[in-house]
Design a protein around this ligand. Sequence first.
Ligand code: NAD
Length: 488
Amino acid sequence: TMAHSKALLVLENFIGGKFVPCSSYIDSYNPSTGDVYCRVPDSGKEEVEAAVKAAKDAFPIWSSKSPLERSQILNKLADLIEHELEAFAQAESKDQGKTIKFARTVDIPRAVYNFRFFASSILHHTTECTEMATMGCVHYTSRAPVGVAGLISPWNLPLYLLTWKIAPAIACGNTVVAKPSEMTSVTAWMMCKLLEKAGVPHGVVNVVFGTGAKAGEALVCHPDVPLISFTGSTLTAQRITEKSAPHCKRLSLELGGKNPAIIFDDADLTQCIPTTLRSSFANQGEICLCTSRIFVQRGIYSEFLKRFVAEAKKWKVGNPSDPTVDMGALISKEHLEKVRSYVKKAQAEGARVLCGEGVDSLALPTGNQKGYFMLPTIIAEVKDESCCMQEEIFGPVTCVVSFDTEEEVIGRANSVKYGLAATVWSSNVGRVHRVAQRLQSGLVWTNCWLVRDLNLPFGGMKASGIGREGAKDSYEFFTEVKTITIKH
Ligand code: NAD
């Protein structure tokens, strides 16, 4: 009804420095209440065309600015977002279902840091030079921005992952057309309001909202967008690869995971248990780096399980805006049903659900009865070939199994199609090195989880992705290199 729709937050595309309405909209839900609270433009070819044109027009001026000039603008933008950190955190929590605690301490601070980090790193790159004295030649490399970058991001860490692409793309001198997830578009729209004040020239950052099938694909297929940086599911990446193939586009693909934690009997459980709880259930288990297969050496298996389950039961699930809550709502009704269906499948196969879904009851505050909540769920006695041990669930569900030897566990950890992140728990340094070397995983954390140095490569092997992101890696992706030879 009209009366109802008046109260809704209505987003607009941001093209060429202006907010522009769209002819049709998509409903966006508040995951913690189940209510529609926002309308997101349902952009298509026409909107993408306008955004790409604006980005193309802005490229000559932006790409000719010095790294220092661009760096100053990125720092200003970081300051402006930081100044409104609380408003951004509230919006992210409401839009995504994540806890306000997580949005305040992880999502928004990291979005700010993404801009500061690339504002700094862009000042420190050097190119290569070699000499061929006998030929009287010197060779050197020169790097230049590529053009209009298409950036497509998922719903789990909305502003965090979008800025992780926007910052390096524009720091390198490209202009961008970004397409956030249609389920979590609000913080990207809020950021657009700060661009002018930060000094970002019109057309350098354009944001087109809408679905993957319409807006996303129009961007991927646009002939004037030579590079696509995508974070999302493996299935979507396959589609993007196909659609971009006729144009030979440069792709960076950050995809799903089925990440193992390997816990040897000499692990320090006082550190391992709380960290493995976080790695399993942080952000409702909706982080590509989340642990979902826990291999525990037989000697400590029952002790680990007992303590792990007892601690998981202490996690408080409820209204994400309550600062004492540890776990909020899942992104959507459909996703909640999908995650639940995995628990049912595991039970049907004879696995044991030790806590959470279907086992414990979940009491929710009155306003959250229709929200998309579930409890942290731990499953044991699952077969390695079971779908719960092979497929990415992307929710608060983790499987625990036992193992005997180092050799055995490496083989089992590697026996999935993914290869994003792994954690290894042991106090034996030699073993940690041996295991880390042999794991098919773009990232290996030992005796910790999600400790990141943004300078270093981030990304996955196998079905978890192609390419890496980081200070040097993102610089290389977002620039085109040329080798120049000079003879005297
Ligand atoms: P998704 O693939 O469904 O969507 C990601 C983005 O792609 C969205 O913006 C979506 O609208 C768009 N999209 C969908 N279809 C498209 C198409 N045909 N053409 C162009 N764009 C299209 O993923 P999701 O459900 O939003 O996110 C969850 C997935 O993301 C999980 O698999 C998770 O592991 C992965 N992820 C990976 C990383 C990483 O860094 N490796 C980080 C976060 C999330």
